[in-house]
Design a protein around this ligand. Structure first.
Ligand SMILES: [Zn+2]
Ligand SMILES: [Zn+2]
Length: 172
């Protein structure tokens, strides 16, 4: 019981972070936060992107939770469960960077999954990059992805209704 609850808090936090990431990607990064996200959607040969600042924001969230849970920082006001929440945010950050920066964008390793859910994740995020500019788009999450065929159909609908501009290279 002593370890079960912290483990549950970590897992639930990871799942909640996917919802936080999905909604902030859709409504903030593709909205008023586009200035930081834009270079992630445009070709370049730089090592870092302004978009990486969003990763720093995630790190600050995690570190803040660790601080809140720490008696060294907070004294008697320390709230222990914050440590497990901080660990969940950190866990999400690690999974996110492995899938997004590693698997999809090959920033630090190169492995192309040929089948299974890993392949679906790569396809879905590539389809996220099929649109030009911040309008429209599909697949704003990172851990879960819908059927790529369904996403492609949605992109075609967005193009037809003038919601989004689609790259030629997307082959839709
Ligand atoms: Zn995006
Ligand atoms: Zn991306």
């Amino acid at each position: 019981m002593d370890t079960l609850i912290p483990i549950l808090v970590v897992i639930i936090t990871i799942l909640l972070m996917e919802m936080v990431a999905w909604s902030s990607h859709k409504y903030i990064m593709h909205g008023f936060g586009w200035a930081w996200h834009r270079d992630h959607h445009e070709p370049h040969d730089k090592r870092f992107e302004k978009n990486d600042l969003y990763g720093v924001v995630g790190a600050v969230m995690s570190i803040s939770m660790f601080a809140l849970g720490s008696p060294l920082v907070m004294g008697d006001a320390a709230w222990l469960p914050a440590t497990w929440i901080g660990l969940g945010i950190l866990g999400y950050g690690i999974i996110y960077t492995l899938i997004h920066d590693g698997l999809v964008h090959q920033r630090y390793f190169k492995w192309v999954p040929k089948k299974g859910y890993a392949k679906r994740l790569v396809q879905a995020h590539k389809l996220h990059h099929a649109t030009i500019g911040k309008e429209g788009g599909v697949s704003f999450g990172f851990l879960f992805a819908r059927d790529p065929a369904r996403l492609k159909a949605e992109l075609r609908e967005q193009r037809q209704s003038g919601i989004a501009e689609i790259r030629e290279s997307a082959g839709l």
